[in-house]
Structures are given as C-alpha cells and as structure tokens.
Ligand binder design. Structure first.
Ligand SMILES: Cc1cc2nc3c(=O)[nH]c(=O)nc-3n(C[C@H](O)[C@H](O)[C@H](O)COP(=O)(O)OP(=O)(O)OC[C@H]3O[C@@H](n4cnc5c(N)ncnc54)[C@H](O)[C@@H]3O)c2cc1C
Length: 393
C-alpha cells in the first residue's frame, strides 16, 4: 500500500494484486489491535538481517519523522507511549482505513482475490499472471510479506515466483514468537508475568539478551523480551544447535545484594515457612517452583534454611537456566527472519540487482525489526523507496 501510494503520487498508473478478499488484513492485528506503527528510537540496531545496515538508506529517505508526518497528513493523530507510536483512536483499523482512502483518492486499482501465480520479464515488460488475468507492467514491486501469520495472507506463496526471477532467499524462520522450554514445571507457572532479563545461549555462546516483562506459558516463555531473542533461537534450531535460556528474575539486585537480602529476609521472618517468607518478593505461583528446584522444602522454617541453600537459591534466581526445545511456528509469529537476500537488492532504491525494473518492499526482504513498531516502519520505509524509485525511473 505504501509503495502503491508513493508511486501513484508521482503519477504512475498502479495496480495492487492481492490474493485475499481485502488488502492490508495484517494491519488489523498489529499492536494488539492498536497498531504500533513506528517508534521514536531508530537505528540499524533495531533491525536484524545478514546486513543490518541495509535499512539505513531507506530510513534516511523515509524514516520516523516522515512516517509520523505522512500518517498525520492522512488523518492519524499520533499517540506516543515511551517512544511507541499508535493512532489516537486506539484502533489499528484507522491506519488501514486512511491508507485505503488514499489509494482510492489516487485512483490506484485494487484487485482482490487475485493470487499472483506467475511473473516473467519479457521485452522490457513484466507479465504477471494473477487470478485469471495477465497484467502487463513496466515495473513490478513484490510486497508480499513473509510467512508469519499466514491467515492474514502472507503465506510465502509468491516466493517461488521471486526465485524463478533469479533471486535467492536467506531461509525464512519465525521471529517475534514464543519459545518452548524443556522443564516440566512450566504448566504450573503459566500466566505469571515478571520483570526479567533473558539471555539466550546457542551452543553455550550468548546470542541475544533483553529485559522487560517476561511471561511464562504452559509450554515455555513469551512476552516482549522472549520475542526479541526468539529469531536467534529459531535460526539455531534450524541449524540443529543447542539452545538454552537463562533468566535473571531479580535484575535490580546484584548476586551479592540478593544473597544478603534473602539471608536477612529468612532471618527476620523466622516464624514463617520458606514459602511464606518469599511472598511479596516473587509471584506466589512461582515460589514453590523456585524452592523445589533448589531442593528446599516449602514447609521448612525460614530460619532453618542453610547458608548453602540460600546461596544456591540466590544463584538460581539470577541464572534460572533451562533448555529450549523450539519456537512456536509461523502461525503464531509476528514476523519472520530471512527473506530475499539484501545482497541482491540496491539499498538506496529497493530495485533488484538481478532484474531491472523489479523492486521489493517490506517483510519479504531479509530484514526483521525488533518489537516496538519497527516491522511496520520497515514496510513504510522500504515501500516508500520502492514506489518512489519505480515511478521515477
Ligand atoms: C499479530 C501481529 C502483530 C503485529 N504487530 C506489529 C506492531 O504493532 N508493529 C509493527 O511494527 N509490526 C507488527 N507486526 C508485523 C507487521 O505487521 C508486518 O511486519 C508488516 O505487516 C509487513 O508488511 P508487508 O507489507 O511486508 O507484508 P504483509 O502485511 O504481510 O502484506 C503482504 C500482502 O501480500 C499478500 N500476498 C502474499 N502472497 C500473495 C500472492 N501470491 N498473491 C497476491 N497477494 C499475496 C498478502 O495477502 C498480504 O496482504 C505484527 C504482526 C503480527 C502477525
């Protein structure tokens, strides 16, 4: 949609081919239905790819400021929360509505229920077989998304067309997704949310870390910090590597401070059981697991917990380490890692370096953003660049 608007604003005659019954379906699910459409904090560290610096020329041409101004001009009043931007209406549908209205104003033709089945370049023109028609165009932009959340339409069905045109893909794996853990105690702590740092280890080397509200699920870990590191886990599982997570459940305490705090706490509350003495420090449902994992009886008097056990518990709380067995699949992922290799796309125009006149935008490219509005920002930025340059050249 952004590519179509940008090209049409420069006078191009644009047709959007969409295989679903309507365009932009995924936008409706973004930001829990509120659409976190950009973030004030930008930089290539917010994007992951074989070549993260690839995003810079696009962000320079159409970055955060341009995005906010663009949506304001279409009617979206921005509402900022800690740098995260949402429409003031609190409705993702507003973002989709204003894009659709702008496409209508620019007379962009939208063909829905129209699956792209074949694309070839013939005598300087693109022939695109979609639905039961053949479309002929001077330029062609693939903005077909990745494989995440396929019920919204992005199912990777256009990937083979892109490969047929000579492009290669960095293999695509789920990202911003829940991870599954081995220990059997997860069902008993499902639903607990707690501030934590997650460290992800691949073959014992740290591959990523993040801090925020972590959520335990029946199967493993979720929440923004788990999402942020999940793409590294998914890639490692693809390569059959061993993946572990280590949680720091008390990030505001150093190891030494925590040991002192626990010793004092158990001493001061000597009339309580071990379980009771931890209430108020950790979520109640989590306490039995913390004690059992450290072989401390729930019912032992707090004063009777040995120094060694306190040391062990304290270490566990700072380094709760467990093996991960996988990530959830594309159906539950918010984005995917991998896509068309950035080595085959000109970063300043989004034009293919293999087929002239062919462009790419959005998640189909090997770029995935972290949580916080970066995936949509990438779609807007790369869409603007692809549409503008396709129309100009
Ligand atoms: C639940 C959820 C929440 C999210 N929340 C946020 C958020 O708050 N902020 C954020 O920045 N990002 C968020 N994202 C990620 C973001 O939505 C995507 O990265 C972004 O939509 C990608 O845009 P795109 O245009 O590249 O692809 P898509 O939005 O996936 O659009 C691709 C389009 O191409 C169509 N298509 C695919 N194949 C064909 C074919 N063969 N023929 C015809 N049409 C085809 C699809 O139907 C689809 O309409 C979220 C994602 C999910 C799933």
């Amino acid at each position: 949609m952004m590519a179509a608007i940008s090209a049409a604003r420069l006078g191009a005659d644009v047709t959007v081919l969409e295989h679903m019954d309507r365009i932009g379906k995924k936008i409706l699910s973004t930001g829990n239905g509120k659409c976190n459409y950009t973030n004030r904090k930008q930089g290539f560290r917010c994007y992951r790819s074989e070549n993260p610096a690839f995003v810079l020329p696009s962000l320079q041409q159409f970055g955060f400021e341009e995005t906010v101004a663009f949506f304001k001009s279409l009617g979206i009043v921005p509402k900022e929360r800690n740098g995260y931007f949402y429409p003031a209406s609190g409705q993702a549908s507003s973002v989709l509505d204003v894009l659709r209205m702008e496409l209508r104003r620019l007379n962009v033709t939208i063909q829905t229920n129209c699956a792209v089945a074949f694309v070839r370049k013939h005598r300087q023109k693109f022939e695109i077989k979609a639905g039961n028609k053949i479309f002929v165009a001077d330029k062609c932009i693939f903005a077909c998304g990745g494989k995440a959340f396929p019920k919204s339409g992005s199912d990777g069905s256009a990937f083979c067309q892109i490969e047929r045109l000579g492009h290669t893909f960095v293999s695509v794996v789920p990202a911003l997704v829940q991870m599954r853990a081995k220990p059997s105690f997860f069902p008993s702590i499902a639903g607990i949310r707690t501030d934590a740092v997650i460290h992800l280890f691949v073959d014992e080397k740290e591959a990523g870390r993040d801090r925020g509200e972590l959520q335990f699920t029946k199967e493993g870990v979720s929440g923004i910090p788990a999402f942020q590191v999940s793409r590294y886990a998914a890639r490692a599982f693809e390569q059959k590597k061993k993946v572990c997570a280590s949680l720091d459940l008390v990030p505001d305490f150093t190891d030494e401070e925590l040991k002192r705090e626990l010793t004092g706490r158990f001493f001061r509350q000597d009339q309580k059981t071990a379980e009771e003495a931890l209430i108020g420090f950790f979520p109640k449902k989590l306490i039995p697991v913390l004690l059992k994992e450290n072989e401390i009886s729930l019912h032992i008097a707090a004063a009777d917990i040995s120094k060694d056990k306190i040391k062990r518990l304290s270490h566990y709380l700072k380094h709760m380490t467990f093996e991960l067995t996988g990530t959830e699949g594309f159906d539950k992922a918010q984005t995917c890692a991998g896509g068309v290799s950035t080595a085959e796309i000109h970063a300043d125009t989004m034009e293919s370096s293999i087929v002239s006149g062919l462009y790419f935008a959005g998640e189909v490219i090997d770029v995935d953003g972290i949580c916080g509005g970066y995936n949509l920002q990438w779609a807007w930025s790369s869409g603007y660049v692809a549409g503008t340059h396709a129309a100009r050249n």
